[in-house]
Design a protein around this ligand. Sequence first.
Ligand SMILES: [Zn+2]
Length: 485
Amino acid sequence: MSSPHPDPLPQAGEGYLGWEVVIGMEVHVQPRTRSKMFCGCAVAPLNAPPNTYVCEVCAGMPGTLPVINKAAVEACVKTALALECEIPRHTKFDRKNYMYPDLPKGYQISQYDLPMSVNGKLDVGGRRVRIRRVHLEEDTGKLVHAGDSLHKAWESYVDLNRAGVPLMEIVSEPDLHSADEARDYSMELQAVLRAIGASDAEMEKGQMRAEPNVSVRRAGAEELGVKTELKNINSFRALHRAIGFEVRRQIDLLESGGTVVQETRGWSEAEQRTFAQRSKEFAEDYRYFPEPDLPPLSLDRRWIDELRAGLPELPGPRRTKLVQQYGLGASDAALIAADRLLADLIDASVSAGADALTTANWLINEPSARRLAPEHLAELVKLVSSGQINRDQGREVLRESLETHTAPATLVSQKGLAQVSDISVLEPIAREVIAANPKAAADFRSGKTGAIGPLVRDLRARAPEADSQVARDLLMKLLSQPLAM
Ligand SMILES: [Zn+2]
């Protein structure tokens, strides 16, 4: 056994000399539906008391029949389309049989050999990741362990609120080669799911869980190494660290002459290490067979075409547009493209005549700006970038516009906010400022450019309606003139 590596995180860009890392991702995502996968129960909110969102169907009572949730199928088809998957004419549900206390039916309804979709792809950072399949299944319940160490009265309870909640399983081919790539892939997937409205994909709410399959092989080797499957990882950070740790562990093991055992492993957040859970030698045979209580599904081609036509622009192409057409930096573009509302707002604001970069700045720096109607946002941006009001006034207008639903231009004229950028008004004030701050003025003249800051602040204290850029330019101009003797 290798001891836990003191810092399992590979540095960005660091390779593992002589080794190649191979990662495939399985991601479980809860589609955005009101009800469960096969019954009318509402999807329980996170803090619902145990067993308050359960009926005889999801509790697995004998004699009950499942009914397919159309909204879940729709979310799955949209996801498949966004990932450019093929959607076969026929699909069916199957029973995956195993015994566990959180699974009252003794089986989970999933999809085995005829999944909803196959053979897609997702481009991430210039790398094409092939998608093997996207299918639908149901979640299980969960066990709650209670007790205290004093009385040793440990007890386990079953909460079925999550039993039967729809899940999409998105399986990639092993096309990823580092912790960075696996994390970036998962983040891109989350952005796509949100953009198409298929899921909120909040990892901390359990709406998206990642399960990477990790193996390593000697560089140049043909055959894949033995893989381990890391289970139920619920943050991007944990995903990155778990893979980093697991890669190091496998390489250390192989380099010291050991072998990797095929098994599922958990991730301990407390210890920052993976640990063995279940060896595949004892892997269960799930005895899949077609779910006899559900008919095979034949999806209407016209419905699929309608869903395809209704897909919004996806985050990847959107990012490219934000960078190439609008001139945004890569990180701002990523931030905005990941958020459909922001991306739509920029498009609308630009078509209403506002400058894209300034609009992006407002949306990034003033979170409440996203609540403005696009035409009001465009108006606000234009008022500020044309210098009619300054940025502080812009914030004030933003606040009032949100409160009163009044157009920014109306507010500016109502409040008489148009700012002073008229040099003839500002110049005498600027001269007063220079006279009142001889030290800062002398410092600036001797080359300490930072000394302009206090002078600008003083000027704006005297003339709050002055635009700070105009004030700065004016002060610098006056300070660079020869001193009057
Ligand atoms: Zn139910």
